[in-house]
Design a protein around this ligand. Structure first.
Ligand SMILES: C[S@@+](CC[C@H](N)C(=O)[O-])C[C@H]1O[C@@H](n2cnc3c(N)ncnc32)[C@H](O)[C@@H]1O
Length: 198
């Protein structure tokens, strides 16, 4: 299994498909081993690398939201190779349109790794799906150090994303019903749980 996962990661690198960094993979695998989620939701599956790493570390099933048809085709082949197909459901399309259909379903682990400039809107759709003892993890919230460290924004095209992620972090911190922590792991993770009082 590990060899196939390594080849998926290599393929992603060679084809400029962004996937989780190694530290993030390790964090998610440890979290899955500890939490033993039964149901995982992922926004932004790409070619199935992070989903497969999480499934490898627990017995959960996963629902993946993904908009890119080419990525979905490759992800399906990868899940097949890894014999994970029967644990994966893929929801095709813009998650802002498809997520509301899942309003009655709860998940033990939610991994948000979709469009960074839409995190706040997606987060609002995701939070009602988080189980009482569940954990939500959002990736890339420090965006190459440009979000909290006041590191210079190197390219104009990043400006909106960085501003949105700053806004996203403030928004999450302002919500009384949840507790959140920013971890300097990989590209920055925002880890959210319900407050005991929530
Ligand atoms: C960073 S990649 C995900 C990487 C994956 N989580 C991994 O580490 O293996 C982000 C993915 O989000 C998808 N995406 C972007 N906007 C989306 C949207 N509105 N709805 C669903 N998926 C979207 C992209 O097509 C891309 O595959």
């Amino acid at each position: 299994m590990q060899q196939i996962l390594d080849s998926i990661r290599r393929y992603a690198r060679e084809n400029n498909i962004p996937v989780i960094l190694d530290d993030t993979r390790k964090f998610l695998e440890d979290l899955c081993a500890k939490l033993q989620p039964k149901r995982i939701l992922e926004v932004g599956m790409a070619i199935g690398y992070s989903a497969s790493c999480m499934l490898k570390s627990c017995n959960a099933n996963i629902v993946c939201f993904e908009a890119s048809l080419p990525n979905i085709e490759i992800a399906k082949q990868n899940f097949e190779k890894l014999k994970l197909t029967n644990r994966v459901k893929i929801v095709v399309g813009d998650c802002l349109k498809t997520l509301p259909d899942y309003k009655d379903e709860k998940f033990d682990l939610i991994f948000l790794d979709g469009p960074k400039a839409k995190y706040k809107e997606i987060f609002d759709l995701l939070l009602p799906h988080l189980n009482k003892n569940g954990v939500l993890v959002a990736d890339n919230v420090l965006f190459r150090g440009m979000v909290l460290d006041n590191k210079e924004i190197t390219e104009n095209r990043f400006f909106n994303t960085v501003e949105h992620l700053k806004d996203f972090i403030n928004y999450v911190k302002s919500k009384k019903e949840i507790q959140s922590e920013i971890k300097h792991i990989g590209d920055g993770l925002c880890v959210v749980q319900w407050n005991e009082r929530g």
